[in-house]
Design a protein around this ligand. Structure first.
Ligand SMILES: [Zn+2]
Ligand SMILES: [Zn+2]
Length: 225
């Protein structure tokens, strides 16, 4: 795993991953091994190396708060630079763009492994840059309707919203079960009202899949897309 993956090989792996994810969503059967075999024939690594790379891609998606292919359990041992390249290729393959997050998260993760870190100096004048991102136009009546149905109670943990917002309303957040970036629809059968805790957990938690399954089982209006 230590030898460099060039852009062409990494990109081809990401494209194969996105294809598998598309098939999974459409309920079309696909054989992971066929993808690994094709990559192995093209670029000359073992099939196992590509399978492992796919699990790295799941990890990058998990850091991005996105869904990943079932059966390709996220594998964490990847460095920030490779993760950043994978993230870029993922957006290219999906013809979208979002704020890059993976490299920073991995840098934090790796820093936290240090036993006795020196007190950081930080930055007195943080640098900035402009980025262009894809934003979906959201449907206000859908969000309003789902929040009203929830009545101030999180549809996941079934606890009251933890605070009121500036409008004096219980603060709940709308979450799309299949994310709009993944082709999800902006309709009530794909949306839930969550407290900030559950919303973070469903995007970034180690047990996110269990929350998704629980919601589909317990919120009657939800229809898997
Ligand atoms: Zn909750
Ligand atoms: Zn969400």
């Amino acid at each position: 795993m230590n030898d460099e993956w060039n852009d062409e090989e990494l990109k081809a792996s990401v494209e194969a991953y996105v294809e598998m994810q598309r098939d999974e969503r459409l309920g079309q059967p696909f054989i992971k091994k066929h993808y690994y075999k094709r990559l192995a024939q093209t670029f000359g690594r073992s099939e196992k190396a590509y399978e492992y790379r796919m699990q790295n891609i799941s990890y990058v998606l998990a850091l991005m708060g996105r869904s990943w292919v079932t059966g390709l359990k996220p594998a964490r041992n990847i460095d920030a630079a490779v993760a950043a390249r994978i993230e870029k290729f993922l957006w290219e393959a999906q013809r979208q763009k979002a704020m890059p997050v993976a490299a920073f998260k991995i840098a934090v993760r790796d820093e936290m492994k240090q036993k006795n870190p020196a007190t950081p100096h930080g930055s007195t004048s943080p640098k900035s840059r402009r980025v262009t991102v894809t934003q979906f136009r959201r449907n206000a009546p859908v969000k309003a309707w789902v929040l009203q149905q929830a009545g101030g109670v999180c549809e996941c943990c079934e606890k009251a919203a933890p605070f009121k917002n500036v409008d004096g309303l219980p603060h709940l957040e709308l979450h799309y079960m299949r994310q709009l970036a993944d082709g999800g629809q902006d309709i009530i059968s794909n949306a839930v009202a969550l407290c900030p805790n559950c919303h973070r957990e469903i995007h970034y938690g180690a047990n996110a899949h269990a929350l998704v399954a629980w919601l589909y089982d317990n919120v009657a209006r939800l229809i898997p897309e």
